[in-house]
Ligand binder design. Structure first.
Ligand SMILES: *Cc1c(COP(=O)(O)O)cnc(C)c1O
Length: 229
């Protein structure tokens, strides 16, 4: 078995164990393989090992990889997970299936306007600055509901839920607090009548804590493809 295939298997096993420990179905947690800086041929290898959802952070790098793996396009879901500038929304609207890090209405409006007719709606999440860090992108928790209601009204987007990258913490108990807060915000959206189902939270270093607090999608790079250079 290749290293990537073995790593994927190990991550899937960890997801299943964390889900079971939390009394959740392993199938309730989707693995997004974060392939930023990873060459297309290694993404193809991961695809061959059964992984079909990939996350990219940089627009041009992502577009190049989508093109290089064009023969697999119908069987891959491409997620844009990086910060997105308004002058780069068009190719993302045209080429990706998901966008995770929406933090202002203007970006969402552009993506909706630029999503080609005939394509499925672009699946989107709002990024929340859940740890209230000055340097982090994402909307403050108190602004999430209003932004969610505005995005839900856009014709070519489908609001799926919330995403966050909490401040790093070593202690597993401390790691859970921001994830619990994000889950609380998603509950609030549901109570206000929005049909949202996605909590995009958890990376290689804090995946178990995220799953314990209800992550439905974990974004894992290093544990699959190794350290980035
Ligand atoms: C790089 C990245 C990840 C993956 O991080 P790892 O620590 O390599 O698992 C997840 N989410 C986002 C938004 C990232 O930029």
């Amino acid at each position: 078995m290749s290293v990537i295939a073995a790593n994927l298997q190990a991550v899937e096993n960890d997801i299943a164990a964390a889900a079971q420990q939390a009394g959740r179905e392993p199938s309730a947690v989707t693995l997004l393989a974060v392939s930023k800086t990873v060459p297309a041929e290694r993404v193809r290898e991961a695809f061959g090992a059964g992984q079909h959802a990939f996350g990219e952070n940089y627009v041009q790098e992502g577009l190049d990889k989508i093109a290089a793996l064009g023969d697999l396009r119908g069987d891959i879901q491409w997620h844009f997970i990086g910060p997105l500038q308004s002058n780069k929304t068009r190719p993302v609207a045209e080429q990706f299936d998901w966008v995770h890090a929406i933090d202002r209405l203007k970006i969402a409006e552009r993506l909706s306007a630029q999503r080609p007719a005939g394509m499925a709606p672009l699946q989107v999440c709002i990024q929340v600055n859940i740890s209230r860090e000055d340097t982090k992108s994402g909307v403050p928790p108190e602004d999430v509901l209003a932004l969610a209601q505005a995005i839900a009204a856009l014709p070519n987007l489908r609001l799926r839920g919330l995403m966050a990258i909490p401040a790093p913490a070593e202690d597993p108990v401390a790691q859970r607090l921001p994830f619990a807060a994000l889950r609380g915000l998603l509950d609030q959206l549901r109570q206000s009548g929005l049909q949202v189902d996605t909590l995009s939270m958890g990376m290689s270093a804090d995946m178990n804590a995220a799953i314990a607090e209800g992550a439905t999608l974990v974004r894992i790079g290093t544990a699959i493809f190794g350290a980035r250079h």
